[in-house]
Ligand binder design. Structure first.
Ligand SMILES: NC(=O)c1ccc[n+]([C@@H]2O[C@H](COP(=O)([O-])OP(=O)(O)OC[C@H]3O[C@@H](n4cnc5c(N)ncnc54)[C@H](O)[C@@H]3O)[C@@H](O)[C@H]2O)c1
Length: 257
């Protein structure tokens, strides 16, 4: 929150001044403080006012990660896992294998995850700062995930909603023959490990209109990021409500209508 707000103020004060961001949360290190997106909420709308403004430097305060609570760790680990799944198979497998220790607060392990995830994200952002292409891949899990957040009126944590969104996006990828059943299962297992309270999946008939309101609508299609394999992804805008419905049902815990 502080890096988004501070960087937003820096990017607008006197038409923009330099900023140095220091992140003390895992989510900040792997995601929020890296990449130059700044935003504040406007009324009920999340991130409604914001800018793209590259900071002069980002400092990951790795020594502070040891005092984060489990929810803080979970929020960061889900985003780090997402980054691995779209761009670095080895990093994704590392989180699959070490998830339980990381969630217990293994400080050295968390520092390694924070650093590697920030490196991967910075590499992607370096190629596409304003999200016209490759940077979109970082939205893996966020299309259905944002609809889930809206469905639950922002009372369920972002990490749990995006985790479910990643499972569903993986199932759509599986349905299209883009990934193996084994990978889809691994993703579901890892998400249940990182977000132990299972979240009931809102049905497609409720999620679809919410996804249509998302700001990532392109050419009138809802943009989903699908996996082509571990560490590889692509954006598509031709997913149908029927496909979403099938994917949600195959995750196996659909909420009653
Ligand atoms: N700009 C982006 O690209 C981007 C990306 C993802 C998320 N975000 C934003 O990030 C925000 C969430 O970030 P967050 O999860 O870091 O939440 P946060 O900044 O609200 O921090 C969560 C809690 O942890 C406490 N805290 C901070 N450091 C701590 C430490 N070392 N030990 C113990 N407690 C500590 C904070 O005081 C706070 O109560 C949201 O506003 C979201 O919109 C931005």
């Amino acid at each position: 929150v502080i890096t988004d707000l501070g960087a937003f103020v820096a990017s607008t004060y006197k038409r923009g001044m330099g900023s140095v961001l220091v992140s003390t949360t895992l989510l900040g290190c792997v995601d929020a403080a890296v990449g130059g997106k700044t935003a504040v909420n406007l009324g009920a709308a999340k991130n409604m006012v914001g800018t793209f403004h590259a900071p002069e430097a980002v400092i990951l305060d790795l020594g502070s990660l040891g005092t984060l609570n489990k929810r803080g760790l979970m929020e960061g680990l889900v985003e780090a896992y997402k980054t691995g799944l779209i761009a670095d198979e080895e990093f994704a497998s590392h989180i699959e294998l070490n998830g339980p220790d990381l969630l217990k607060g293994d400080q050295l392990g968390l520092a390694q995850v924070a650093r590697r995830s920030a490196e991967i994200k910075a590499g992607i952002v370096g190629e596409d700062f304003t999200e016209k292409g490759k940077r979109m891949l970082l939205n893996f899990g966020h299309t259905y995930g944002h609809a889930v957040e809206a469905f639950y009126r922002h009372k369920v944590s972002h990490g749990r909603c995006v985790g479910l969104g990643m499972e569903v996006a993986a199932r759509i990828s599986l349905g299209r023959g883009m990934i193996s059943e084994d990978l889809a299962e691994r993703i579901s297992r890892t998400i249940s490990l990182l977000t132990p309270k299972p979240l009931a999946a809102p049905p497609a008939k409720d999620a679809w209109p919410l996804a249509l309101q998302d700001k990532k609508i392109r050419n009138r299609g809802v943009v989903f990021i699908l996996l082509k394999g571990p560490g590889q992804a692509e954006p598509v805008n031709d997913v149908t409500e029927q496909e979403l419905d099938t994917a949600i049902k195959s995750v196996g815990r659909q909420r009653d209508g």
